[in-house]
Write a protein that binds this ligand. Structure first.
Ligand code: MTE
Ligand code: MO
Length: 513
């Protein structure tokens, strides 16, 4: 028996809609800037001649974007119907069409989003959903029409029961698709709303010009200030939490005389302090790049704790983020004279969602996992003995002061150089102690002191550089730093677990004849 065509079209549309809905849901959940549908719609705009676009705008006015997205969805569903019609003859043929559509969507996404680990996930989830549902529904439709008709109690043929089974399944999938799609749109609006709120903020920030002399002007050394876009990012969040400043609240409680609850506006009202602080991840390997430097603006945590009144016996603050990540920081590091901040801004702009918007902690001298809580919403004054934090229960040390380290940025490992004058350079750091001296050794030569860039505080990295007359052959270049406490970096290699790597960064270069 032949499956009615309308069943084919219906199952195709349902499978296609479910795929679209799932891609919207995942994209919304990951807070991506554009969803696959929007990417395709924008791709269509890009490929449409200007005259046609103008014509469309003259007809639909400022609704051109919803119009185009609607058109994209309708187009996708029409093609899905075709896939369904193909599927009632051959499931593989129908799937083939969905596969092609999926490839087009991936291309559109590729063109619209800078790639990260999750860029293509929504489109892939969508395509897989459609492929699977097409096969399931086609099989169900085949069962509904190929089976000899059931007989009712009077012995009359009745097709209805198995057909009803197919229609109910199609209906349920269709409904689920509507729910998933709407949820996806809702989540996406969350990101858009936070972006809009962030843009509207007009924070009272002092200018944050780069201090003179911090950049040595040597090509290849990481810039002294790291831009928001280049700043390393480490967190356990699948996608950055989206928190509106008006919804943000911080509770300070635990071993305090008075609980304090703060709003975003309360923070701004206190006036913002600015500090240059280099953040660093405990997972940074010798020579690694999980370290970046920025200007931070915020309120001193010490002042807030003083207001709450810290009780005797407390030695730690447990901070918790909106997404439930926890971190334990020595109380002393938050109450001594260093600028431990509840930061609202980075490089003169409100934090980006990825770096903790609207409020995060920044504590000079400690690795991020014990100090730099992003999306912070809770500070509990407590004792280290009374709690464990996210990473300490996973084998990392309870306390994590940053270890004095240095890195060679130029020349790169394995570089091929010509003989003659070459600049060796990089960065060195010992946050909240300060760098005193950086030395470089080539081959079996002597240690040579490097020129240091300016550092406006002991809480930031410094650039360093040494000129070298490169001679033909292979050379090992080694760097070591000495901090202001007089400690010189050990050459003993230690892994990053449990409290940070040690060892001298070494690069090998080849100098031609
Ligand atoms: N909420 C939250 N905050 C967090 C983390 C996290 O996983 N969740 N990771 C920490 C770690 S391990 C580091 S190194 C720093 C990195 O901050 P960044 O991503 O702004 O560079 O954030 C810290 N703050
Ligand atoms: Mo980290």
């Amino acid at each position: 028996m032949v499956i009615p065509r309308r069943y084919g079209a219906l199952l195709g549309v349902v499978a296609g809609a479910a795929g679209l809905a799932m891609s919207e849901l995942v994209s919304g959940g990951l807070h991506q800037r554009v969803s696959p549908i929007v990417a395709v719609a924008e791709g269509v705009i890009g490929l449409t001649p200007g005259a046609v676009i103008e014509l469309v705008i003259s007809v639909v006015g400022t609704n051109d974007k919803p119009f185009l997205i609607g058109l994209t969805v309708v187009g996708a569903l029409v093609l899905s119907a075709v896939a369904g019609l193909l599927a009632i003859r051959s499931v593989l043929a129908g799937q083939g069409l969905f596969f092609l559509l999926g490839a087009v969507v991936l291309l559109a996404v590729h063109a619209r989003l800078t790639s990260s680990a999750t860029t293509y996930v929504p489109a892939i989830v969508g395509v897989v959903t459609s492929l699977v549902l097409l096969a399931v529904l086609a099989r169900k439709a085949q069962a509904a029409t190929a089976r000899p008709p059931d007989r009712d109690t009077f012995g009359q043929p009745c097709h209805d029961r198995s057909r009803r089974g197919f229609l109910v399944l199609a209906g349920v999938v269709g409904l689920a698709a509507v729910v998933a799609g709407s949820t996806g749109r809702f989540l996406a609006q969350g990101r858009a709303a936070v972006e809009a709120a962030r843009r509207k903020l007009d924070l009272p920030l002092r200018s944050v010009a780069t201090p003179p002399g911090t950049d040595l002007g040597v090509r290849g050394i990481d810039p002294w200030v790291t831009s928001q876009a280049k700043f390393y990012r480490i967190d356990t969040a699948l996608s950055a939490p989206q928190i509106l400043p008006k919804d943000w609240e911080l509770r300070i409680h635990g071993m305090v005389d008075r609980e304090v609850t703060l709003t975003y506006q309360n923070l701004l009202d206190r006036g913002l302090e600015q500090a240059w602080v280099t953040l660093c991840c405990v997972s940074n390997q010798v020579g690694g790049d999980l370290i970046s430097n920025a200007s931070w603006s915020g309120v001193r945590i010490a002042d807030l704790l003083a207001e709450a009144g810290v009780q005797d016996g407390a030695d730690a603050v447990k901070s918790t983020s909106e997404d439930g990540w926890t971190c334990g920081t020595p109380l002393a590091a938050l109450t001594d004279d260093r600028r431990a901040l509840l930061a609202v801004a980075m490089n003169g702009e409100p934090l980006t969602p990825e770096h903790g918007f609207p409020v995060r902690m920044v504590v000079p001298g400690l690795y991020g996992y014990v100090s730099a809580t992003k999306w912070v919403v809770d500070l509990e004054v407590t004792r280290f003995d009374d709690f464990s934090a996210f990473w300490t229960v996973r084998g990392w040390s309870r306390e994590g002061p940053v270890k004095t380290q240095s890195r060679i940025d130029v020349p790169r490992q394995g570089a091929n150089l010509s003989p003659g004058r070459v600049a060796i350079g990089g960065v060195a750091w010992a946050q909240h102690t300060g760098i005193e001296k950086v030395e470089v050794r080539v081959g079996a030569g002597d240690w040579t002191a490097a020129t240091l860039g300016a550092d406006p505080s002991i809480d930031t990295w410094v650039q360093w550089s040494v000129p070298w007359d490169a001679t033909a052959g292979d050379h090992d270049i080694v760097v070591r730093a000495t901090d202001k406490s007089g400690y010189t970096q050990t050459d003993k290699l230690a892994d990053v677990v449990p409290d940070g790597a040690t060892g001298w960064h070494t690069v090998t270069v080849e100098v031609g004849q």
